[in-house]
Design a protein around this ligand. Structure first.
Ligand code: GAR
Length: 186
């Protein structure tokens, strides 16, 4: 059985949640940062922090092949837990099955509300008084796995999608390291 405390973080972009997971790591070790975007700004930060990285451009690679190569890289680094942090690529059912129960994700809404994209626009359009973020297990169904933890933030009357995003993001940076630390010890 793999050590659940050996964590890989998967990113596609700026990687602010990755940074929070690395800087606030308690009870787990980040052993790999992987991306489907070789130019993701977060990868540069990871390299500068001395973390091993892996990247393969998801465009133009067969989906099954990408997931097979990613899975092999994770095995090479003896990864026990995979933390998706702004990884904007849907993992295949094959991959999810290979790593069943070992993949977590952070999502910028109070799940089960607003699965998928544009969560802040949707929360504002609905006139919600609160929003937030959720950490959940990844299953074959998008953003529908068991919720492991969530945090609420208020929605202010003059909020824009951008101002709400910033408030939710700050909550994400608090929530994710805490929930991941608890998860790897379960
Ligand atoms: C975060 O807000 C995360 O919750 C969201 O993307 C952002 C990534 O920011 N994830 C999703 O929407 C997943 N469906 P980051 O790269 O700065 O961590």
């Amino acid at each position: 059985m793999r050590d659940p405390g050996r964590v890989a973080i998967l990113i596609s972009g700026r990687g602010s949640n990755m940074k929070a997971l690395v800087e606030q790591a308690q009870g787990y070790e980040v052993v790999l940062v992987a991306s489907n975007k070789p130019l993701a700004p977060g990868l540069e930060w990871a390299r500068a922090a001395g973390l091993p990285t892996w990247a393969l451009d998801g465009k133009g690679v067969d989906k099954q092949e990408f997931d097979r190569l990613l899975s092999a890289a994770l095995h090479d680094h003896q990864v026990g837990t995979i933390a998706l942090a702004g990884f904007m690529r849907i993992l295949s059912p094959w991959f999810v099955d290979q790593w069943r129960g070992r993949i977590v994700n952070i999502h910028p809404s109070l799940l089960p509300k607003y699965q998928g994209l544009d969560t802040h626009v949707r929360a504002l359009s609905a006139g919600d008084a609160v929003s937030g973020c959720s950490v959940h297990l990844v299953t074959e169904e998008l953003d529908a796995g068991e919720v492991l933890g969530s945090a609420e933030v208020p929605i202010e009357p003059d909020d824009t999608p951008e101002s709400l995003e910033q408030r939710v993001l700050a909550a994400e940076h608090q929530l994710y390291p805490k929930v991941l630390g608890e998860f790897v010890h379960k």
